[in-house]
Design a protein around this ligand. Structure first.
Ligand code: NAG
Ligand code: NAG
Ligand code: NAG
Ligand code: NAG
Ligand code: NAG
Ligand code: NAG
Ligand code: NAG
Ligand code: NAG
Ligand code: NAG
Ligand code: NAG
Ligand code: NAG
Ligand code: NAG
Length: 663
């Protein structure tokens, strides 16, 4: 045990002054308003898309040729269209489970991955336009994009990125000094932002800590790296990488987030904003942090650097609010420790990422004034409204997406597999005011999903446009790919904070297999069927028929549209997901499968679950949002074992607990 005082002395001995995390003053860009209406995509995105589409057209042509559909000439087909086919990828939330499964899933689409072209869907990533992540999924998309558009294979050969052997809370492992120094330097960075006059929140600490895992330790974990700096990456400028987007939710002060009212924000390399009527505005991302009124800077001095990369990735995954914070409620922890880590933080809103000043202050485009009237903007974890797969940016008609590949690594069931709840949330939202003309195809209910074992293989939704004419608009076709366990128990807890390199790699490999129908051994025609899904909306638009081969694929993979209404929905994992699975239920008690404590999700100020309760009894009561699958906190706490002591969770309560042990 290292006495706390000792740490304080240590901190003074070491130079912990870094100059780069705090935002800086710059002169404002000339005659530019910093906020615009969401009535279209930005001019920047438009001109970027031209470059990207010339790359995706070629990549898609190659992908379709490799798929080798009967009597189909890919070049002729694409040339006969008067537009480019737009493909989007969506990676769900679910902590490190989602990041790692997502890594395997994206590797299966990446022609840079060994074996992806031979027994996977290699080239699909190169043919995709949008690359959207939420929470744990945004750690994946953000790590790839912000490391100079690296690949999963490159990351695995790099021993500093995604080193999860030690948890984020105790990065030094058994080396308590290393851990103490790490937190000390994180604290110094956040203090510096506060000293520069900005409100800080726990998400600042969280985002800085994440940065060490995503960007390596050099340069103080890239303390000054911003999300908007993606526009400087050569691969982005040349249109050689897809358009990364990270999702978060807006929360008006003292409100709860519910699905139909949430404001879905997107961070993209150019902008931060929302298509939802409650905001309907986009702000120039590089200058958020500047004082503005309706997008007009209030002085000549603007601010840059607020969109710190770690902070943005932390915002999308700001899970702190799944356990309401009650700092004074922590028994047995010295108040000096707490005040050290919370000193200078704004106590009232510790559970959200604080964006102050609000870039949308008095913006004139919102139909609901709650967000634009506040001087601060509060953002929370992107999955809190149950929409754990980030579809929203790709359902906007302005973006004109043909097909979305949706990777669902949610933990809806007792044993942390998805049950399609995220699909239901997005389906329902289209009929609310916030839906605003977005369409989403009919989806199976969770009961149907479980009863019909729809989690055992990929599924196409919205196959037939003529059955979708009652919806506001014809939505993209959805290719849904769930987390399926073939060679590793990939259903780890959302709150599992450390992974041995072996387990990490096993889950990534399994993600590849889940995306490729077990390396095409279950269905060698899988790439053909994916090709059929990609070209389908264009065939429909042009009134071209589908080949027999594609019709067979649709028979195999399209949801039949029938809902199950009985009550036999219990899933017994002793069945094989497929006969090719190498796993057996008995493995579940060992290997990488692990059960850990979770607390039920509570959002907003009115439902409070004291963190100390959650920690000491692992049972919490909640009047919060029951449908929030978030990054996977649906399951009630009491049904899971208390393993908090050995598996610190990513909520702040555990962070303080762990520091308590350490010190
Ligand atoms: C930035 O400008 C504001 C307003 O002029 C000033 O109060 C603040 O001290 C400046 N910050 C720095 C770091 O110079
Ligand atoms: C593209 O082709 C479709 C179908 O042939 C047609 O309806 C549409 O007007 C065309 N759009 C443009 C911009 O040429
Ligand atoms: C599936 O393919 C991946 C990528 O080539 C490979 O790493 C993995 O070992 C393969 N799985 C099996 C079961 O052969
Ligand atoms: C980024 O990657 C490109 C290759 O895609 C390489 O040419 C360039 O040097 C890299 N830039 C940095 C800063 O590493
Ligand atoms: C690992 O990644 C970091 C950060 O991008 C980079 O500086 C370093 O050179 C990489 N190391 C290896 C061995 O590739
Ligand atoms: C949701 O939005 C509707 C329409 O603006 C409003 O009437 C309702 O009170 C909101 N519900 C919540 C819980 O904020
Ligand atoms: C922004 O406004 C706040 C509050 O009025 C002020 O403290 C700060 O100095 C301003 N920042 C700049 C860069 O003008
Ligand atoms: C926080 O915890 C203290 C001590 O357990 C308790 O008295 C107080 O009511 C709690 N506050 C809230 C907002 O739950
Ligand atoms: C399906 O979802 C509903 C609503 O969220 C929930 O009440 C029900 O328990 C779920 N069914 C199963 C089998 O999990
Ligand atoms: C077709 O539309 C009906 C509603 O009109 C819906 O209930 C059904 O599930 C849809 N079928 C498919 C395959 O989506
Ligand atoms: C599991 O797969 C094996 C091998 O294909 C098969 O023999 C067995 O019947 C399957 N078990 C279940 C419960 O489906
Ligand atoms: C298609 C559609 O309904 N668009 C609306 C979205 O919301 C904005 C702002 O409220 C309206 O102006 C659009 O007409």
């Amino acid at each position: 045990m290292l006495p706390f005082a000792c740490l304080a002395v240590l901190a003074q001995l070491i130079d912990v002054s870094y100059s780069s995390y705090a935002p800086v003053n710059v002169s404002c860009p000339q005659d530019a308003t910093l906020v615009r209406s969401a009535s279209s995509i930005s001019d920047d995105e438009k001109s970027w898309l031209e470059k990207r589409h010339s790359v995706t057209d070629d990549a898609l042509s190659e992908f379709l040729e490799r798929a080798d559909l009967d009597g189909f000439d890919a070049k002729d087909f694409l040339n006969s269209l008067n537009r480019s086919i737009t493909i989007g990828l969506a990676f769900s939330g679910g902590g490190y489970r989602a990041m790692l499964n997502g890594a395997g899933q994206v590797a299966a689409l990446d022609s840079r991955t060994e074996g992806a072209n031979e027994h996977g869907l290699g080239g699909l990533l190169q043919a995709s336009t949008y690359f959207v992540g939420l929470s744990g999924g945004n750690w994946l998309t953000g790590t790839l994009a912000l490391n100079n558009w690296t690949s999963v294979e490159e990351i695995l050969s790099n021993d500093t990125i995604w080193d999860l052997e030690n948890s984020i809370v105790t990065p030094g492992g058994s080396d308590v000094f290393e851990t103490a120094l790490r937190w000390q330097s994180i604290k110094a960075d956040v203090d510096e932002k506060a000293e520069a006059g900005f409100d800080t929140s726990l998400t600042d600490l969280w985002g800085r800590a994440l940065a060490y895992q995503f960007f390596g330790e050099e340069n103080d974990a890239e303390a000054s790296l911003t999300y908007s700096s993606i526009v400087d990456i050569e691969a982005f400028q040349n249109g050689e990488m897809p358009f990364p987007i990270s999702i978060a939710l807006g929360r008006a002060p003292d409100t709860k987030i519910i699905n139909l009212n949430s404001t879905v924000f997107e961070f993209n390399p150019f902008e931060l904003g929302s298509w939802d009527p409650s905001l309907y505005s986009f702000a120039n991302l590089k200058y958020i942090g500047s004082n503005v009124t309706n997008g007009e800077p209030t002085s000549d001095i603007c601010v840059e650097g607020f969109d710190n990369a770690g902070f943005v990735l932390g915002t999308s995954s700001s899970l702190f609010n799944t356990v309401s914070l009650n700092v004074t409620g922590f028994a047995g922890l010295s108040s000096s420790l707490i005040s050290t880590f919370l000193g200078g933080l704004d106590g009232a809103n510790d559970d959200v990422a604080v964006y102050s000043p609000n870039p949308f202050f008095q913006a004139g485009y919102a139909s609901l004034k709650t967000i634009v009237e506040s001087e601060e903007l509060y953002l929370v974890d992107g999955g809190e409204d149950g929409q754990n797969i980030p579809f929203a940016p790709m359902l906007q008609q302005e973006r004109d997406v043909d097909v979305i590949f949706a990777f669902d690594n949610s933990d809806n069931t007792e044993d942390n597999f998805p049950d399609g709840t995220a699909l239901v949330a997005t389906y329902n939202r289209q009929f609310s005011v916030q839906g605003n003309g977005t369409g989403f195809p009919y989806v199976p209910t969770n009961d149907t999903f479980l009863h019909n074992k729809l989690g055992e293989k990929p599924m196409f939704l919205g196959c037939n446009s003529s059955n979708l004419t009652d919806l506001g608009t014809i939505p993209p076709l959805i290719v849904y790919i769930p987390n399926i366990a073939y060679t590793a128990w990939s259903n780890t807890s959302t709150l599992k904070m450390s992974y041995s390199t072996e387990d990490r790699n096993a889950i990534i490999q399994n993600g590849f297999e889940a995306t490729t129908r077990f390396n095409l051994t279950i269905d060698e025609n899988w790439p053909k069927c994916v090709a059929c899904a990609i070209i389908h909306r264009e065939q429909e638009r042009n009134g071209w028929g589908q080949s027999d081969e594609c019709a067979e694929c649709f028979e195999e993979y399209c949801w039949n549209g029938e809902q199950y209404t009985g009550d036999d929905t219990i899933v017994d994992r002793s069945f094989n997901y497929t006969s090719s699975s190498n796993l057996d239920k008995s493995d579940m008690s060992s290997g990488v499968f692990e059960i850990t404590v979770e607390s039920s999700s509570t959002v907003g100020g009115s439902s409070t679950t004291s963190a100390s309760d959650a920690i000491s009894t692992a049972s919490s009561t909640s009047s919060g949002v029951s449908s929030a699958s978030s990054s996977g906190t649906t399951t009630s706490a009491s049904s899971k074992n208390n393993a908090m002591m050995t598996t610190p969770s990513m909520n702040f309560g555990a962070l303080v607990m762990a520091m308590g042990f350490l010190l």
